[in-house]
Every structure is written in structure tokens, then in C-alpha cells.
Design a protein around this ligand. Structure first.
Ligand code: SAH
Length: 393
């Protein structure tokens, strides 16, 4: 089975971009089913790549290989081994046993994510191609890293576009109890694979939380959109005078509190606040409350480019409010995990917020997703997390 592209549409594939949009397809030969392997050809008949076919999605095919190789178990063994080997090169095991082993497109495995949390692995399969090979991929992960269990959290919205139903369940082994444990740079973490967000935790912020640790000493910290308190516990470990953690989720806040006690951190310096960050920031402003360090790590405001304007206003709103709440010499750690908002736009939003707040502001550090979430240079869409550390004058 094969796909021929329209004239000129082979250019992106020749540059190793793994997505073939429906508009680029000239003709589908044979009757490939969901996820079937198809050969991609340019309009003048040159072999381009081997890909997985996705009839219901705008992204009509995703490339497994740009070479003429067999797509079989051996192919996937090689991909998984390479991904594991790369994490070894990053020396992650020295500092953490919670990290992403497979980062979908950027590790050459479109739609497939595997996160390691101690002795457990939580996977996510997001398109029909990875779905077809899912059991084989899980088998390989078991062979290669011998986890105690493999849990599946394939319940992201994007599966619907692919015509796939949501799955949340144990695939292999025994789930220890309600929580899976892992350790990261001297702190213990709990992951709830069943109810947690994504695969249970946000590993992508790992190295950025270390930065918080370095900056927190003696400061009054406001951790907005704290989820289970990754930034909070790093701030407490770093010697923060006080940390207030805000989130809308009761479940996440309960776990945040557990993280503080599990790590024997000074709970008397910690406060949780359940609420809407947009409202709580306004309330603090009206009360004249001030802080020395504020984290803004909101959910994805712009899942796609069409949400950019609305998302930009939301980012500006919270950044403006946070800047007003910061004392002189205060520090803002501000993030965007929206793929549709790139670093330039994000920097402009923060600059507009500073202008409207009438404050002097300097960027002292630029952040990204942690190295276990690598970005293939041929797939810029894989760079979704951007962050700025700013110093208020
Ligand atoms: N900073 C976290 C990850 C944040 S994920 C960490 O380090 O792990 C985004 C969080 O924002 C989620 O926990 C979600 O419950 C919360 N959230 C979403 N909208 C919110 C709102 N309007 N007000 C408060 N919390 C919100």
C-alpha cells in the first residue's frame, strides 16, 4: 500500500518532518486501514518514507522511517533501545528515577509516550499508528527495562480526532497501591497514574524546579497552578520563608500537602489555597499582598494556533497581575506550555504585561522542557514548553 504526494509536497518530508497533512496527499493506493504501514512517494515516483496511515486525521500519515526498512518488531526494538541509550547519555539515572523514556515524534516514535516513575512505566498512545504497535512497544519496554508494571493513560482528547476511545488501565504487572513513588534530586514524589494529569505527573518541568530551589531562600513564594506541588516542595527545600500553593483541583492540592510531609519539609511555612488563579491574584492585589517569588505554570491556554489571541490575553492577564504582586527585586518564573505560542510571542506577552504594569523587568534566564523531553530539530512542534525567569526592578 502506498501514498503519492502532490507535486512539490515532498519538500517537508525530504527535510525529515514526520507529518503528512491530508492536503498534501494526491492518491492513496490500495485500501490501508487505521495505522497500516504505507510507503510514501513523491509525485514523480521517488520513495520518501515509510509511514503509518491515519484516515480520520488531518495528519493523514506519520513517518516511522525515512529509509526503506521493514517496519516490524526489530525496527521498534531499535527505536526503543536508542531512546533508552540517549537517556543514559544524559546521565539521568544519577539524579532521578523519574523521567520520560520515549518522547513520541522527537524520539522517532510518533504518538507514543513512555514515562518512567521508579519501577513503573506509564504509557500514552495518541494515534492509530502507535495504537497498532502498542502491544509490541509495551512488550519491548518490558524486555528492555524490566518494570514492575506498565500502566496506560491514553485518555487525551486528541485520541478522539483519531477515532480512538479513551483508555485508562493497567496493561501489565501489578500496580503497587494508589501511588507510584519516584525520587528526583533528593526529593520523593508520588504519582497517581489513575487520576493524575497526563501520565500522572509533569516531568517536563523537572530541571526548572531545580532553578526554583536555587532561588527560593528566604523568599515568600506564590506557586500558581501548583498541581501536586513540584515547584512548592523545591521552594521549601531551597529555604523559602513561606510558600502558598494555588490550584483549582482538590485532589492535586491533597497530594501537594502529602508531598510536603513525605519529604519532611517545614509544613508550618506552607499553605494551600484552592481556587481560580485569575480570581485569587486579583484578590491578593485588592488586599495589597506582596510576594518575593511567583510561579505561573498554567495549563495549555492555546492547544492549537486558532486559540492564540484568546490565549495571549489570558497569559498577559496573569503575568500583569503577578508583576503587580511582586516586591522590588522579586522574581517571576513564568511558563507557557502551548505549542501555538512560541518563545518570541511569549516574551512579547510578558513584555506587554510589564509595560501595562509599569514595571522594570529583566529576563535573567530562559527555560524549556527538560532534556528527557528532547526536541528533534526537524520537528519544531515538539518544543512546547517555554519559560522565563524575570527580575523586577
Ligand atoms: N506547576 C505544576 C503543573 C501545572 S499543570 C507542576 O509543577 O507540576 C496546570 C494546573 O493548573 C493543573 O493542576 C490544573 O488543575 C490547574 N488549573 C487549571 N486552571 C486553573 C485555574 N483557573 N485556577 C487554578 N488552577 C487551575
Amino acid at each position: 500500500m502506498k501514498i503519492t504526494l502532490k507535486k512539490g509536497r515532498e519538500k517537508t518530508v525530504l527535510k525529515y518532518h514526520p507529518w503528512i497533512f491530508s492536503g498534501a496527499v494526491d492518491r492513496v493506493w490500495g485500501e490501508p486501514n487505521d495505522g497500516d504501514t504505507v510507503d510514501l512517494f513523491s509525485n514523480d515516483g521517488k520513495f520518501l518514507a515509510r509511514a503509518a496511515y491515519s484516515p480520520n486525521s488531518q495528519i493523514r500519515a506519520r513517518v516511522w522511517s525515512f529509509e526503506d526498512v521493514e517496519i516490524d518488531k526489530n525496527f521498534f526494538v531499535d527505536k526503543v533501545r536508542r531512546a533508552i541509550e540517549k537517556r543514559k547519555i544524559m546521565n539521568l539515572d544519577k539524579i532521578t528515577n523519574g523521567y520520560r523514556i520515549i518522547n513520541s515524534e522527537s524520539d522517532g516514535l510518533p504518538g507514543f509516550i513512555a514515562d518512567k516513575y521508579g519501577e513503573a512505566v506509564v504509557i500514552q498512545s495518541l494515534f492509530v499508528g502507535s495504537e497498532l504497535w502498542k502491544n509490541i512497544l509495551v512488550e519491548i519496554l518490558i524486555e528492555e527495562i524490566s518494570p514492575k508494571c506498565v500502566y496506560e493513560r491514553s485518555d487525551a482528547d486528541v485520541r478522539e480526532i483519531e477515532g480512538l476511545h479513551a483508555i485508562n488501565g493497567l496493561l501489565w504487572g501489578d500496580l503497587p497501591n494508589q501511588y507510584i513513588f519516584f525520587e528526583d534530586n533528593g526529593l520523593k514524589y508520588l504519582v497517581d497514574p489513575i487520576h493524575g494529569h497526563k501520565t500522572g505527573y509533569y516531568l517536563d518541568q523537572r530541571v526548572n524546579r531545580y532553578k526554583m530551589r536555587d532561588l527560593a531562600e528566604g523568599r515568600e513564594v506564590l506557586d500558581c497552578f501548583c498541581y501536586t506541588g513540584g515547584f512548592t516542595i523545591n521552594a521549601l527545600l531551597g529555604g523559602a520563608k513561606k510558600v502558598i500553593s494555588i490550584d483549582s483541583s482538590v485532589l492535586a492540592l491533597e497530594q501537594c500537602r502529602k508531598h510536603v510531609s513525605l519529604n519532611n519539609l517545614p509544613y508550618e511555612n506552607h499553605e494551600i489555597l484552592q481556587g481560580n488563579v485569575f480570581e485569587e491574584l486579583r484578590r491578593f492585589r485588592d488586599m495589597g499582598r506582596q510576594f518575593d517569588l511567583i510561579v505561573l505554570d498554567p495549563p495549555k491556554f492555546a492547544p492549537t494556533v486558532s486559540f492564540i489571541n484568546k490565549a495571549s490575553r489570558a497569559y498577559k492577564d496573569i503575568n500583569l497581575l503577578a508583576l503587580k504582586l511582586l516586591r522590588k527585586n522579586g522574581i517571576l518564573l513564568t511558563f507557557s506550555c502551548s505549542g501555538g505560542v512560541d518563545l518570541n510571542l511569549f516574551q512579547k506577552i510578558v513584555s506587554d504585561a510589564a509595560f501595562d504594569a509599569g514595571v522594570e523587568l529583566q529576563i535573567i534566564d530562559i527555560m524549556s522542557q527538560s532534556p528527557d523531553h528532547p526536541i528533534s530539530v526537524y520537528f519544531p512542534e515538539g518544543w512546547y514548553l517555554k519559560g522565563l525567569i524575570c527580575l523586577k526592578g
